[in-house]
Design a binder for this molecule. Structure first.
Ligand SMILES: [Zn+2]
Length: 226
């Protein structure tokens, strides 16, 4: 969501009042907020305007944003920490971001196409976009392969072996680790193959759709690829 990030950054520094921006782009507009007549800055659109307050009041968030924070940066930092109610289906903290985005874009619609949105419509649009964003992230994660490292150590005399594998999921920092031991394994190659088998079973159980396996056993990899 680069466009959303850009808006939040601009809001954080609140460098450009909306009207100055529009004058720069040579667009003729009434400079005050159409709803309350106050000077129209990004901060105004996102938090100070009575319309923004109505939207934040309606938002299905676990806590009310502090709209009286003077600095837009403090306000943004606070709303980004707010969680949505579980019923919305949005697990991440992205709803406040999409509310900001829709407060902003619906205001632009108002200027350019004379369409007006109610506070409820802004919330509905934000929920739809937050859900769509979340689904897109989930499918993106599914498309990216999970990296799997396998390794096994085989003891010649006892025929026992220790084996382990790790799954590194896209966008997750720490890998998921598994390890186990077995007896009566006939060779180092068999131990490697057993480790691979266990890794594949775990990957299927975990529902990974794409897996890239890395092993230091060249023979096993050649056997599988051939
Ligand atoms: Zn206003």
């Amino acid at each position: 969501m680069p466009k959303v990030k850009q808006l939040l950054w601009r809001a954080a520094v609140d460098a450009l009042p909306v009207r100055v921006e529009l004058v720069r782009r040579r667009i003729q507009v009434d400079f005050g907020c159409k709803i309350c007549g106050n000077p129209k800055t990004i901060t105004h659109v996102l938090k100070n305007c009575q319309f923004a307050r109505k939207v934040w009041d309606l938002a299905p968030l676990k806590a009310r944003p502090h709209l009286n924070m003077v600095l837009c940066l403090d306000f943004l930092a606070f709303i980004l920490s707010l969680l949505s109610f579980p019923l919305t289906g949005i697990s991440a903290t992205s709803l406040p971001v999409w509310i900001c985005w829709n407060l902003w874009t619906t205001r632009n619609h108002q200027i350019f196409s004379n369409t007006t949105y109610s506070a409820g419509e802004v919330i509905t649009k934000a929920l739809e976009e937050a859900n769509a964003w979340q689904e897109a992230q989930t499918s993106l994660q599914k498309l990216q392969a999970v990296l799997c490292n396998i390794d096994a150590a085989w003891h010649t005399d006892s025929g026992s072996c220790g084996m382990g594998f790790t799954f590194r999921l896209p966008m997750e920092k720490s890998p998921v680790q598994h390890s186990t031991s077995h007896h009566f394994i006939s060779s180092a190659l068999a131990a490697e193959a057993w480790a691979l088998r266990e890794a594949l079973i775990s990957a299927i159980d975990a529902g990974y759709e794409s897996l890239q396996v890395l092993s230091d056993s060249q023979i096993l990899m050649n056997l599988i690829n051939s």
